[in-house]
Design a protein. Structure first.
Lengths: 111, 113
């Protein structure tokens, strides 16, 4: 069964450093999302991406965040200058319509 | 208005019992209501979903009840098993929009053997 994959599974970084989280959505899916989940809290929407552009972003997704689909398979989330409060699980999701399939997540720890 | 409120925060049920988790929403434009199951260290996995044109949907031991007038929906897990122990999230989205999911706070379910 096709699945969304994410790398790395765990990323540790120093505050102020740039990180890139990678996702490979399910092929033939058209809509892509990034969500985050701070430990013990609910899953929060960050950004949606369709037709090679951002379709919606939340207030969390400020100028430090960016997304790219550099080729036909990868979908990346970049945080330019990480803050302590960026520590969270980051989930990528993709969908052909409404049913969103989530990846296993990347745990980002900012020290 | 974008919020989805979920209760209870945690739930303990005996094996074989019924687990019930409730959610409420405000935005009447929401028209897709999925439930996700999440095990520790894993991503959310879609369990079951409903649209407002039906009041109930059943898949195996899992049933969603939907009350459009009250803007509430609930998940019922029949014959709960220890393997059902996980965190459950309700969510909502507008299909005509970007499809972003608005999640509830989550319910941690523990099913005791």
């Amino acid at each position: 069964e096709p699945e969304v994959t994410q790398t790395p599974s765990h990323q540790v970084t120093q505050m102020g450093q740039e990180v890139i989280l990678r996702c490979v959505p399910i092929s033939n899916h058209l809509y892509f999302y990034w969500y985050r989940q701070i430990l013990g809290q609910k899953v929060e929407f960050l950004v949606s991406f369709y037709n090679n552009e951002i379709s919606e972003k939340s207030e969390i997704f400020d100028d430090q965040f960016s997304v790219e689909r550099p080729d036909g398979s990868n979908f990346t989330l970049k945080i330019r200058s990480t803050k302590l409060e960026d520590s969270a699980m980051y989930f990528c999701a993709s969908t052909p319509d409404n049913e969103q399939f989530f990846g296993p997540g990347t745990r980002l720890t900012v020290l | 208005q974008q919020q989805v409120k979920q209760s209870p925060q945690s739930l303990i049920v005996q094996k074989g019992g019924i687990s019930i988790i409730n959610c409420a929403y405000e935005n009447t434009a929401f028209d897709y209501f999925p439930w996700y199951q999440q095990f520790p260290g894993k991503g959310p996995a879609l369990l079951i979903a409903i649209r407002p044109d039906v009041s109930e949907k059943k898949e195996g031991r899992f049933t969603i009840s939907f009350n459009k007038s009250a803007k509430q929906f609930s998940l019922h897990i029949m014959d709960s098993q220890p393997g059902d122990s996980a965190t459950y999230f309700c969510a909502a989205s507008e299909s005509g929009n970007t499809g972003k999911l608005i999640f509830g706070q989550g319910t941690t379910l523990q099913v005791k053997p």
